[in-house]
Design a protein around this ligand. Structure first.
Ligand code: ADP
Ligand code: MG
Length: 393
Protein backbone atom coordinates (compact mmCIF):
# COMPACT_ATOMS: atom_id res chain seq x y z
CA UNK A 1 0.00 0.00 0.00
CA UNK A 2 1.13 3.54 -0.78
CA UNK A 3 0.37 6.81 1.00
CA UNK A 4 0.57 10.46 0.01
CA UNK A 5 3.54 12.76 0.54
CA UNK A 6 1.71 14.81 3.19
CA UNK A 7 0.90 11.64 5.16
CA UNK A 8 4.48 10.39 5.01
CA UNK A 9 5.68 13.78 6.23
CA UNK A 10 3.24 13.59 9.15
CA UNK A 11 4.86 10.30 10.17
CA UNK A 12 8.34 11.76 9.70
CA UNK A 13 7.54 14.62 12.07
CA UNK A 14 6.55 12.18 14.81
CA UNK A 15 10.01 10.70 14.56
CA UNK A 16 11.83 14.01 14.57
CA UNK A 17 12.63 13.99 10.85
CA UNK A 18 12.58 17.67 9.81
CA UNK A 19 10.11 18.56 7.05
CA UNK A 20 8.84 21.91 5.78
CA UNK A 21 5.65 23.04 7.57
CA UNK A 22 2.55 22.40 5.49
CA UNK A 23 -1.19 21.71 5.34
CA UNK A 24 -3.27 19.53 3.05
CA UNK A 25 -6.23 21.08 1.17
CA UNK A 26 -9.09 19.63 -0.86
CA UNK A 27 -10.55 23.01 -1.90
CA UNK A 28 -8.96 26.24 -3.20
CA UNK A 29 -10.36 28.33 -0.32
CA UNK A 30 -8.72 25.98 2.19
CA UNK A 31 -5.47 26.26 0.27
CA UNK A 32 -5.50 30.03 0.81
CA UNK A 33 -6.30 29.52 4.49
CA UNK A 34 -3.41 27.06 4.75
CA UNK A 35 -1.07 29.59 3.14
CA UNK A 36 -2.18 32.28 5.61
CA UNK A 37 -1.74 29.89 8.50
CA UNK A 38 1.82 29.16 7.37
CA UNK A 39 2.44 32.90 7.58
CA UNK A 40 1.12 35.69 5.37
CA UNK A 41 4.61 37.16 5.14
CA UNK A 42 6.45 34.18 3.64
CA UNK A 43 8.44 34.83 0.46
CA UNK A 44 7.44 31.59 -1.20
CA UNK A 45 4.73 28.96 -0.76
CA UNK A 46 4.87 25.67 -2.62
CA UNK A 47 1.70 24.02 -3.94
CA UNK A 48 2.14 20.28 -4.49
CA UNK A 49 -0.29 17.86 -6.18
CA UNK A 50 -0.89 14.82 -3.98
CA UNK A 51 -1.00 11.75 -6.20
CA UNK A 52 0.58 8.34 -5.76
CA UNK A 53 3.25 9.00 -8.38
CA UNK A 54 6.53 10.85 -8.63
CA UNK A 55 7.85 13.13 -11.32
CA UNK A 56 5.32 15.83 -10.40
CA UNK A 57 7.80 18.68 -10.57
CA UNK A 58 8.52 18.23 -14.27
CA UNK A 59 4.82 17.72 -15.07
CA UNK A 60 3.57 20.93 -13.42
CA UNK A 61 2.47 19.29 -10.18
CA UNK A 62 4.82 21.35 -7.96
CA UNK A 63 4.40 25.12 -8.24
CA UNK A 64 5.82 28.10 -6.40
CA UNK A 65 3.53 30.94 -5.32
CA UNK A 66 4.64 34.45 -4.32
CA UNK A 67 1.46 35.46 -2.49
CA UNK A 68 -1.48 33.81 -0.74
CA UNK A 69 -3.72 34.91 -3.65
CA UNK A 70 -1.42 33.13 -6.07
CA UNK A 71 -1.70 29.99 -3.90
CA UNK A 72 -5.47 30.21 -4.46
CA UNK A 73 -5.10 30.58 -8.23
CA UNK A 74 -2.71 27.64 -8.52
CA UNK A 75 -4.95 25.55 -6.26
CA UNK A 76 -7.96 26.25 -8.46
CA UNK A 77 -6.01 25.19 -11.51
CA UNK A 78 -4.46 22.10 -9.96
CA UNK A 79 -7.43 20.60 -8.10
CA UNK A 80 -9.49 18.39 -10.39
CA UNK A 81 -6.91 18.56 -13.17
CA UNK A 82 -5.23 15.50 -14.62
CA UNK A 83 -1.52 15.16 -14.07
CA UNK A 84 0.54 13.04 -16.45
CA UNK A 85 4.02 12.22 -15.15
CA UNK A 86 6.47 9.56 -16.29
CA UNK A 87 5.16 7.38 -13.44
CA UNK A 88 1.39 7.70 -14.03
CA UNK A 89 1.24 6.22 -17.52
CA UNK A 90 -0.37 8.14 -20.39
CA UNK A 91 -3.83 8.13 -18.74
CA UNK A 92 -2.53 10.29 -15.86
CA UNK A 93 -4.04 10.80 -12.42
CA UNK A 94 -6.69 13.26 -11.24
CA UNK A 95 -5.54 15.57 -8.44
CA UNK A 96 -8.04 15.40 -5.57
CA UNK A 97 -5.88 17.01 -2.90
CA UNK A 98 -2.93 19.37 -2.73
CA UNK A 99 -0.34 20.18 -0.12
CA UNK A 100 0.59 23.77 0.72
CA UNK A 101 4.07 24.06 2.09
CA UNK A 102 6.52 26.75 3.08
CA UNK A 103 9.28 27.38 0.55
CA UNK A 104 12.71 26.21 1.59
CA UNK A 105 16.05 27.84 0.74
CA UNK A 106 17.88 25.01 -0.93
CA UNK A 107 21.66 24.84 -0.73
CA UNK A 108 22.02 21.30 -2.07
CA UNK A 109 19.76 18.36 -2.98
CA UNK A 110 20.61 14.79 -1.92
CA UNK A 111 18.86 11.45 -2.23
CA UNK A 112 18.08 9.11 0.66
CA UNK A 113 16.18 5.87 0.26
CA UNK A 114 15.52 2.63 2.05
CA UNK A 115 14.24 -0.62 0.56
CA UNK A 116 14.15 -4.30 1.36
CA UNK A 117 16.88 -6.19 -0.48
CA UNK A 118 15.41 -9.66 -0.90
CA UNK A 119 18.64 -11.34 -1.94
CA UNK A 120 20.54 -9.92 1.04
CA UNK A 121 17.46 -10.51 3.23
CA UNK A 122 18.08 -7.14 4.85
CA UNK A 123 16.88 -3.58 4.53
CA UNK A 124 19.30 -1.40 2.63
CA UNK A 125 19.78 2.33 3.01
CA UNK A 126 21.00 4.27 -0.01
CA UNK A 127 22.25 7.81 -0.33
CA UNK A 128 23.47 9.90 -3.21
CA UNK A 129 24.79 13.39 -3.72
CA UNK A 130 22.81 13.41 -6.99
CA UNK A 131 19.47 14.38 -5.47
CA UNK A 132 16.41 15.74 -7.21
CA UNK A 133 16.95 13.58 -10.31
CA UNK A 134 15.57 10.10 -10.82
CA UNK A 135 17.65 7.62 -8.92
CA UNK A 136 17.23 5.07 -11.74
CA UNK A 137 19.03 7.52 -13.99
CA UNK A 138 21.89 7.94 -11.50
CA UNK A 139 22.11 4.15 -11.14
CA UNK A 140 22.44 3.74 -14.90
CA UNK A 141 24.78 6.65 -15.56
CA UNK A 142 27.03 6.77 -12.50
CA UNK A 143 26.32 3.88 -10.12
CA UNK A 144 29.38 4.78 -8.02
CA UNK A 145 27.48 7.86 -6.85
CA UNK A 146 25.02 5.70 -4.91
CA UNK A 147 26.29 4.60 -1.52
CA UNK A 148 24.55 1.62 0.04
CA UNK A 149 24.58 0.01 3.46
CA UNK A 150 22.74 -3.18 4.37
CA UNK A 151 21.44 -3.05 7.93
CA UNK A 152 21.03 -6.28 9.81
CA UNK A 153 17.74 -5.76 11.68
CA UNK A 154 18.89 -7.76 14.70
CA UNK A 155 21.66 -5.18 15.23
CA UNK A 156 19.74 -2.17 13.95
CA UNK A 157 21.08 1.10 12.64
CA UNK A 158 24.54 1.85 14.02
CA UNK A 159 26.88 4.83 13.90
CA UNK A 160 29.13 3.11 11.36
CA UNK A 161 26.23 2.75 8.92
CA UNK A 162 25.57 6.46 9.18
CA UNK A 163 29.25 7.37 8.86
CA UNK A 164 29.70 5.22 5.76
CA UNK A 165 26.84 7.09 4.09
CA UNK A 166 27.87 10.53 5.33
CA UNK A 167 31.52 10.12 4.28
CA UNK A 168 30.43 8.64 0.96
CA UNK A 169 28.39 11.77 0.32
CA UNK A 170 31.48 13.86 1.08
CA UNK A 171 29.75 15.81 3.84
CA UNK A 172 31.90 18.25 5.81
CA UNK A 173 32.63 17.20 9.38
CA UNK A 174 30.13 19.58 11.00
CA UNK A 175 27.24 18.01 9.06
CA UNK A 176 28.07 14.35 9.69
CA UNK A 177 26.25 13.96 13.00
CA UNK A 178 23.19 15.85 11.78
CA UNK A 179 22.98 13.52 8.82
CA UNK A 180 23.41 10.43 11.00
CA UNK A 181 20.52 11.48 13.29
CA UNK A 182 18.37 12.01 10.20
CA UNK A 183 19.23 8.56 8.80
CA UNK A 184 18.69 6.91 12.19
CA UNK A 185 15.19 8.41 12.42
CA UNK A 186 14.36 7.19 8.90
CA UNK A 187 15.49 3.68 9.85
CA UNK A 188 13.18 3.79 12.89
CA UNK A 189 10.22 4.90 10.77
CA UNK A 190 10.91 2.13 8.25
CA UNK A 191 11.03 -0.61 10.88
CA UNK A 192 8.21 0.60 13.14
CA UNK A 193 5.70 0.97 10.30
CA UNK A 194 6.57 -2.21 8.35
CA UNK A 195 7.50 -0.12 5.34
CA UNK A 196 9.09 -1.71 2.31
CA UNK A 197 10.14 1.57 0.74
CA UNK A 198 11.03 5.05 1.90
CA UNK A 199 12.30 7.51 -0.64
CA UNK A 200 13.34 11.09 0.13
CA UNK A 201 14.20 12.76 -3.14
CA UNK A 202 15.35 15.37 -2.56
CA UNK A 203 16.69 15.41 0.96
CA UNK A 204 17.91 18.98 1.07
CA UNK A 205 20.56 20.85 2.94
CA UNK A 206 19.15 24.33 3.50
CA UNK A 207 21.10 27.56 3.31
CA UNK A 208 20.69 27.63 7.10
CA UNK A 209 22.61 24.33 7.36
CA UNK A 210 19.68 22.04 8.19
CA UNK A 211 18.72 18.71 6.60
CA UNK A 212 15.06 18.62 5.55
CA UNK A 213 12.95 15.96 3.85
CA UNK A 214 11.53 17.97 0.95
CA UNK A 215 9.77 15.05 -0.69
CA UNK A 216 8.55 11.84 0.95
CA UNK A 217 7.39 8.58 -0.52
CA UNK A 218 6.45 5.53 1.52
CA UNK A 219 5.09 2.07 0.67
CA UNK A 220 4.13 -0.63 3.12
CA UNK A 221 4.09 -4.39 3.30
CA UNK A 222 0.42 -5.32 2.72
CA UNK A 223 0.82 -8.45 4.82
CA UNK A 224 1.63 -6.36 7.87
CA UNK A 225 -1.25 -3.91 7.51
CA UNK A 226 -3.31 -5.85 10.08
CA UNK A 227 -0.99 -4.45 12.76
CA UNK A 228 -0.69 -0.95 11.26
CA UNK A 229 -4.12 0.63 11.82
CA UNK A 230 -2.63 4.12 11.54
CA UNK A 231 -1.40 3.35 8.00
CA UNK A 232 -4.58 1.56 6.97
CA UNK A 233 -6.53 4.69 7.93
CA UNK A 234 -4.39 6.65 5.44
CA UNK A 235 -5.47 4.48 2.50
CA UNK A 236 -6.79 6.54 -0.43
CA UNK A 237 -9.00 4.31 -2.55
CA UNK A 238 -9.25 6.92 -5.33
CA UNK A 239 -5.60 6.11 -6.07
CA UNK A 240 -6.25 2.40 -6.56
CA UNK A 241 -7.63 0.36 -9.48
CA UNK A 242 -11.42 0.19 -8.81
CA UNK A 243 -11.81 -3.33 -10.24
CA UNK A 244 -9.07 -4.59 -7.91
CA UNK A 245 -10.90 -3.17 -4.89
CA UNK A 246 -14.20 -4.73 -5.98
CA UNK A 247 -12.59 -8.10 -6.69
CA UNK A 248 -11.11 -8.12 -3.18
CA UNK A 249 -14.63 -7.71 -1.74
CA UNK A 250 -15.59 -11.03 -3.36
CA UNK A 251 -12.46 -12.80 -2.19
CA UNK A 252 -10.85 -12.70 -5.64
CA UNK A 253 -7.26 -11.58 -6.09
CA UNK A 254 -7.25 -9.57 -9.29
CA UNK A 255 -4.43 -7.55 -10.77
CA UNK A 256 -5.01 -5.70 -14.02
CA UNK A 257 -2.35 -6.02 -16.73
CA UNK A 258 -2.21 -4.68 -20.26
CA UNK A 259 -2.62 -7.75 -22.51
CA UNK A 260 -5.73 -9.15 -24.22
CA UNK A 261 -6.10 -12.71 -22.86
CA UNK A 262 -8.21 -12.68 -19.68
CA UNK A 263 -7.29 -15.37 -17.12
CA UNK A 264 -9.44 -17.06 -14.51
CA UNK A 265 -7.53 -19.56 -12.42
CA UNK A 266 -7.79 -21.23 -9.02
CA UNK A 267 -4.66 -20.86 -6.93
CA UNK A 268 -2.00 -18.17 -7.13
CA UNK A 269 0.75 -20.53 -8.29
CA UNK A 270 -1.33 -21.92 -11.15
CA UNK A 271 -2.38 -18.37 -12.04
CA UNK A 272 1.28 -17.33 -12.34
CA UNK A 273 2.04 -20.43 -14.43
CA UNK A 274 -0.95 -19.65 -16.65
CA UNK A 275 0.32 -16.15 -17.35
CA UNK A 276 3.75 -17.57 -18.15
CA UNK A 277 2.42 -20.11 -20.61
CA UNK A 278 0.23 -17.51 -22.34
CA UNK A 279 3.39 -15.46 -22.88
CA UNK A 280 5.22 -18.59 -24.01
CA UNK A 281 2.52 -19.13 -26.65
CA UNK A 282 3.07 -15.60 -27.93
CA UNK A 283 0.13 -13.93 -26.19
CA UNK A 284 -0.22 -11.32 -23.47
CA UNK A 285 -2.26 -11.86 -20.29
CA UNK A 286 -4.83 -9.14 -19.51
CA UNK A 287 -4.86 -9.88 -15.82
CA UNK A 288 -3.94 -12.08 -12.92
CA UNK A 289 -7.04 -13.57 -11.31
CA UNK A 290 -7.07 -16.14 -8.55
CA UNK A 291 -10.64 -17.23 -7.77
CA UNK A 292 -9.49 -19.20 -4.74
CA UNK A 293 -10.22 -22.81 -3.83
CA UNK A 294 -14.00 -22.66 -4.13
CA UNK A 295 -14.67 -21.63 -7.76
CA UNK A 296 -18.48 -21.68 -7.38
CA UNK A 297 -20.83 -20.50 -10.14
CA UNK A 298 -21.10 -17.23 -8.29
CA UNK A 299 -17.36 -16.54 -8.04
CA UNK A 300 -16.89 -17.61 -11.66
CA UNK A 301 -19.65 -15.20 -12.73
CA UNK A 302 -18.08 -12.38 -10.72
CA UNK A 303 -14.72 -13.26 -12.26
CA UNK A 304 -16.14 -13.03 -15.81
CA UNK A 305 -17.76 -9.71 -14.97
CA UNK A 306 -14.54 -8.22 -13.63
CA UNK A 307 -12.38 -9.55 -16.47
CA UNK A 308 -14.81 -8.25 -19.10
CA UNK A 309 -14.80 -4.74 -17.70
CA UNK A 310 -11.42 -4.40 -19.36
CA UNK A 311 -12.17 -3.48 -23.00
CA UNK A 312 -8.81 -4.95 -24.11
CA UNK A 313 -9.91 -8.50 -23.29
CA UNK A 314 -10.44 -10.50 -26.51
CA UNK A 315 -10.56 -14.04 -25.06
CA UNK A 316 -10.70 -15.69 -21.65
CA UNK A 317 -8.73 -18.69 -20.51
CA UNK A 318 -10.36 -20.54 -17.61
CA UNK A 319 -7.80 -22.83 -16.06
CA UNK A 320 -9.11 -24.71 -13.05
CA UNK A 321 -7.65 -27.68 -11.27
CA UNK A 322 -10.29 -29.67 -9.43
CA UNK A 323 -8.72 -30.69 -6.17
CA UNK A 324 -11.02 -29.53 -3.43
CA UNK A 325 -13.64 -28.49 -5.96
CA UNK A 326 -15.10 -31.03 -8.46
CA UNK A 327 -14.67 -30.22 -12.17
CA UNK A 328 -18.28 -31.10 -13.07
CA UNK A 329 -19.51 -28.48 -10.62
CA UNK A 330 -17.11 -25.91 -12.05
CA UNK A 331 -18.26 -26.77 -15.60
CA UNK A 332 -21.88 -26.17 -14.62
CA UNK A 333 -20.80 -22.97 -12.91
CA UNK A 334 -19.07 -21.76 -16.06
CA UNK A 335 -22.16 -22.51 -18.18
CA UNK A 336 -24.43 -20.70 -15.73
CA UNK A 337 -22.04 -17.77 -15.51
CA UNK A 338 -21.67 -17.50 -19.30
CA UNK A 339 -25.45 -17.29 -19.57
CA UNK A 340 -25.83 -14.85 -16.69
CA UNK A 341 -22.98 -12.53 -17.71
CA UNK A 342 -22.90 -11.16 -21.23
CA UNK A 343 -19.77 -13.06 -22.21
CA UNK A 344 -19.08 -11.85 -25.74
CA UNK A 345 -15.58 -13.26 -26.23
CA UNK A 346 -14.37 -16.85 -26.75
CA UNK A 347 -13.86 -18.74 -23.48
CA UNK A 348 -11.27 -21.51 -23.53
CA UNK A 349 -11.76 -23.92 -20.66
CA UNK A 350 -9.26 -26.34 -19.26
CA UNK A 351 -10.52 -28.40 -16.34
CA UNK A 352 -8.40 -31.10 -14.84
CA UNK A 353 -8.55 -33.18 -11.68
CA UNK A 354 -11.55 -34.72 -9.97
CA UNK A 355 -14.39 -35.59 -12.43
CA UNK A 356 -12.60 -33.96 -15.37
CA UNK A 357 -14.25 -36.32 -17.87
CA UNK A 358 -17.78 -35.52 -16.73
CA UNK A 359 -16.84 -31.86 -16.94
CA UNK A 360 -15.64 -32.21 -20.55
CA UNK A 361 -18.91 -33.89 -21.46
CA UNK A 362 -20.98 -31.15 -19.81
CA UNK A 363 -19.04 -28.45 -21.67
CA UNK A 364 -19.22 -30.24 -25.02
CA UNK A 365 -22.99 -30.67 -24.72
CA UNK A 366 -23.68 -27.16 -23.49
CA UNK A 367 -24.49 -25.77 -26.93
CA UNK A 368 -22.82 -22.48 -25.99
CA UNK A 369 -20.80 -21.49 -29.03
CA UNK A 370 -18.17 -19.34 -27.32
CA UNK A 371 -16.99 -22.21 -25.10
CA UNK A 372 -13.88 -23.98 -26.39
CA UNK A 373 -12.67 -27.08 -24.53
CA UNK A 374 -8.94 -27.60 -24.05
CA UNK A 375 -7.23 -30.88 -23.33
CA UNK A 376 -4.36 -29.53 -21.24
CA UNK A 377 -2.60 -26.38 -20.07
CA UNK A 378 -0.51 -25.86 -23.22
CA UNK A 379 -3.40 -26.62 -25.56
CA UNK A 380 -5.61 -24.21 -23.60
CA UNK A 381 -3.06 -21.39 -23.68
CA UNK A 382 -2.51 -21.83 -27.41
CA UNK A 383 -6.25 -21.82 -28.13
CA UNK A 384 -6.82 -18.76 -25.94
CA UNK A 385 -4.03 -16.81 -27.66
CA UNK A 386 -5.37 -17.80 -31.10
CA UNK A 387 -8.92 -16.91 -30.08
CA UNK A 388 -7.79 -13.48 -28.89
CA UNK A 389 -6.25 -12.81 -32.29
CA UNK A 390 -9.22 -14.19 -34.21
CA UNK A 391 -12.12 -12.94 -32.07
CA UNK A 392 -15.57 -14.59 -32.04
CA UNK A 393 -16.27 -16.66 -35.16
P1 ADP B 1 8.49 15.15 -7.52
O1 ADP B 1 9.57 14.24 -7.06
O2 ADP B 1 7.19 14.45 -7.64
O3 ADP B 1 8.86 15.92 -8.75
P2 ADP B 1 9.25 16.89 -5.28
O4 ADP B 1 8.54 17.00 -4.00
O5 ADP B 1 10.54 16.17 -5.27
O6 ADP B 1 8.25 16.26 -6.37
O7 ADP B 1 9.47 18.37 -5.85
C1 ADP B 1 10.18 18.66 -7.05
C2 ADP B 1 11.17 19.78 -6.83
O8 ADP B 1 10.48 20.96 -6.41
C3 ADP B 1 12.19 19.51 -5.75
O9 ADP B 1 13.30 18.83 -6.26
C4 ADP B 1 12.53 20.90 -5.27
O10 ADP B 1 13.54 21.46 -6.09
C5 ADP B 1 11.25 21.67 -5.47
N1 ADP B 1 10.50 21.79 -4.18
C6 ADP B 1 9.61 20.92 -3.68
N2 ADP B 1 9.14 21.30 -2.48
C7 ADP B 1 9.75 22.47 -2.19
C8 ADP B 1 9.75 23.38 -1.07
N3 ADP B 1 8.96 23.17 0.00
N4 ADP B 1 10.53 24.47 -1.14
C9 ADP B 1 11.34 24.69 -2.21
N5 ADP B 1 11.40 23.89 -3.27
C10 ADP B 1 10.64 22.78 -3.28
MG1 MG C 1 10.80 14.05 -5.56
Amino acid sequence: MNIHEHQAKEIFRKYGVPTPRGFVAFKPENAVKAAQQLGGDLDVWVVKAQIHAGGRGKAGGVKLARSTEEVGLIAKQMLGSKLVTHQTGPEGKVVHRIYIEEGVNIEKEFYLGMVLDRSLEMPVMMASSEGGVEIEEVAARSPEKIIKVAINPTIGFQGFHGRKLAFGLGLPRELVNKFISFAQAIYNVYMDYDANLIEINPLVLTKEGKFIALDAKMSFDDNALYRQPEILAMRDLTEEEPTEIEAAKYGLSYVKLDGNVGCMVNGAGLAMATMDIIKHEGGRPANFLDVGGGASAETVAKGFEIILRDPNVKSIFVNIFGGIVRCDRVANGIIEATKATQVNVPVVVRLDGTNAEEAAEILNNSGIKQLIAATDLKDGARKAVEAAERGLA
